[in-house]
Design a protein around this ligand. Structure first.
Ligand code: CA2
Length: 153
């Protein structure tokens, strides 16, 4: 059974506890539950992770790239948080291991401050879901499942 990785970056552990006007009231534990339910419905596995450390996110991406190469994973759903707008390292990691990534943002970053308008991940993502709230994670899992191991049809 193939799986997907759902990877969350800095401060997303605070989801649902603060700034509900921007990010809603759903917690990251709720998001994990929802992702697991979606994956179960699709008959795939899910690994769920969050880190506030850039290097740890890089290492998770490398490991998932190896899993994709072995046919064990379909790719990753990545909400890199603020590292989206700063991290050449995450860009290089995704590109370096050729990891199929759906980039997710809960908020519509294009309606927010100008510094959130640029993403280092978008050029190396296979798709992007922005501004649809936490349901973006479930939609992204569905997209990786529909894409399958061989890319878009
Ligand atoms: O909209 C998104 O999903 C973001 O990736 C969230 C990041 C932000 O830096 C990006 O520009 C857009 C921030 C995640 C921090 O989430 C918090 C949740 C509750 C309270 C404080 C921060």
């Amino acid at each position: 059974m193939p799986s997907v990785l759902v990877l969350n970056g800095p401060n997303l552990n605070l989801l649902g506890t603060r700034r509900p006007e921007v990010y809603g009231t759903t917690t990251l534990a709720d998001v994990e539950r929802s992702c697991r339910a979606t994956a179960a419905e699709l008959g795939i596995g899910v690994d769920f992770a969050q880190s506030n450390h850039e290097g740890e996110l890089v290492e998770r991406i490398h490991a998932e790239g190896a899993r994709v190469r072995r046919g064990e994973s379909l790719g990753a759903v990545v909400n890199a948080g603020a590292y989206t707008h700063t991290s050449v390292a995450l860009h290089d990691a995704i590109e370096g291991v050729d990891l199929p990534v759906i980039e997710v943002h809960i908020s519509n970053v294009h309606r927010r401050e100008a510094f959130r308008h640029h993403s280092y991940l978008s050029p190396v993502a296979v798709g992007i879901i922005v501004g649809l709230g936490v349901q973006g994670y479930d939609l992204a899992i569905r997209a990786l499942h529909a894409r399958g191991p061989g890319g878009w049809v």
